[in-house]
Design a protein around this ligand. Structure first.
Ligand code: SAM
Length: 223
């Protein structure tokens, strides 16, 4: 039966691919990839030869009809992003919604995603949390921050190295400099590290050390 598989891929360490992800990638008719070069590299590493077509945030509206038509003809597909789980701060949602509307089955495999190890590493309350992903760069950023002022669940943010310092200092302004937080950098990679402290201490740390790599920020909720 036609199906769309969402297949998580490693967020750094290539050994983090699951056995099932490898079988699904080997079995599907077609792989939809955010970056065909990155996915070719991964498939080559896994010794899988498969046709790959591009599906990313700049063409996902345009390619939707073509993909749906092929799935209706019986082709099974796997959607992968550059790293982690598709649809988590990555393309996926539009295609999943279109498949549901067209009675095409979806299956998301469990696997790598950056926010889960970041929460577990943080030592902050993990029984309830909210995933904020990337805050808007300019328009709407302050509003999103202000909306979190009274949030009592642990909060999780994705951020680029260019804006990490800005995010930490803005969080300190809105939530208070003493609020506990944790920054996980380069998860599963050689230079992986998790730094814990108050928002003030973390801001100071990254103002002295040039931020490099990929970051997840986890912040304690309001007491
Ligand atoms: N789909 C991915 C997932 O499931 O986590 C997220 C993709 S999003 C475009 C990229 C962001 O995820 C990065 O800017 C960073 O915030 C976070 N991220 C991805 N890999 C990471 C890693 N190895 N260490 C820390 N953060 C990471």
């Amino acid at each position: 039966m036609t199906k769309l598989f969402l297949v998580p891929t490693p967020i750094g360490n290539l050994e983090d691919i699951t056995l099932r992800a490898i079988s699904i990638l080997s079995e599907v008719d077609l792989v939809l990839a955010e970056d065909t070069r990155k996915t070719s590299f991964l498939l080559k590493h896994l010794a899988i030869e498969k046709k790959i077509i591009s599906h990313h945030k700049f063409n996902e509206h345009k390619t939707l009809d073509h993909i749906l038509a092929r799935m209706k003809e019986g082709e099974t597909m796997a959607l992968v992003s550059d790293a982690g789980t598709p649809s988590i701060s990555d393309p996926g949602f539009l295609l999943v919604r279109a498949c549901i509307e067209n009675d095409i089955q979806i299956e998301c495999l469990p696997g790598p995603t950056a926010f889960v190890p970041a929460i577990a590493n943080s030592g902050l309350a993990s029984e309830r949390f909210c995933f904020e992903g990337f805050l808007p760069v300019k328009k709407g950023r302050q509003k999103r921050l202000q909306n979190l002022k009274d949030e009592d669940r642990t909060m999780v943010f994705y951020e680029s190295p260019h804006r990490i310092l800005k995010l930490l200092s803005q969080l300190a302004d809105v939530l208070g400099a003493e609020r506990n937080a944790s920054v996980s950098r380069e998860l599963t990679k050689i230079h992986e590290e998790t730094i814990r402290g108050s928002l003030d201490q973390l801001t100071e740390y990254f103002s002295k050390k040039t931020p490099r790599g990929e970051f997840v920020v986890v912040v304690a909720g309001k007491k």
